[in-house]
Design a protein around this ligand. Structure first.
Ligand code: ACO
Length: 158
């Protein structure tokens, strides 16, 4: 069965909203969806045989000094479709696209008890760089880890 990725647009925004309701205990606000839309190719929906089953949604952040880092707001695949390589395809897309855009850092927050997601990200070279207590307000545990990955920055031209 084929897995394909598609860009987020106004027309398919509802797909991402439905996925998030099914996948996450958090309700995302309008800013989340505006950020996802404006991130362009950094946000993708995943289709498994024409059914929308997963997504990665990112926000681009400008750091002091002008460089841009990518924040993965959400990455999720519907339970019946996990273990098929869809999460890998979504994350690899963002890692590859970030490298092409000379992005130096990618980071995300994950709930401290989400062992499966933490193991998943570590396979791709993400490391726990911080623990934030009481990051979440309505879920237990309320604590999160910050997982970060630095990408090699091309050598400056001489
Ligand atoms: N059974 C066994 N192993 C699994 C399974 C499963 N059902 N799901 C994931 N894995 C592991 C395996 O170790 C696999 O490694 P392998 O390729 O060596 O076999 C690895 O994950 C990659 O598997 P994929 O199939 O590429 O990933 P998947 O499509 O299952 O997506 C994800 C992984 C996104 C973590 C998924 O489990 C998920 O959506 N979880 C619920 C939502 C979630 O917690 N998201 C992350 C929150 S943090 C954030 O969003 C910023």
């Amino acid at each position: 069965m084929g897995i394909s990725l598609d860009c987020l647009r106004d027309k398919n925004l509802m797909q991402l909203k439905k996925l998030n309701i099914a996948l996450f205990p958090v309700r995302y606000n309008d800013k989340y969806y505006a950020d996802a839309l404006s991130s362009g190719d950094f946000t993708k929906l995943a289709y498994y045989s024409d059914i929308c089953v997963g997504a990665i949604a990112c926000r681009l952040e400008r750091k002091e000094g002008g460089s841009i880092r990518v924040y993965i707001m959400t990455l999720g695949v519907l339970a019946p479709y996990t273990g098929l390589g869809i999460g890998t395809k979504l994350l690899n897309h963002v890692l590859d696209f970030s490298a092409k855009q000379n992005i130096s850092e990618i980071y995300l927050h994950v709930q401290t008890n989400n062992d499966e997601a933490i193991a998943f990200y570590k396979k791709f070279g993400f490391e726990i760089t911080e623990t934030i207590e009481n990051y979440y307000t309505n879920i237990s545990p309320p604590d999160c880890y910050v997982l970060s990955k630095l990408l090699p920055v091309p050598a400056a031209k001489k």
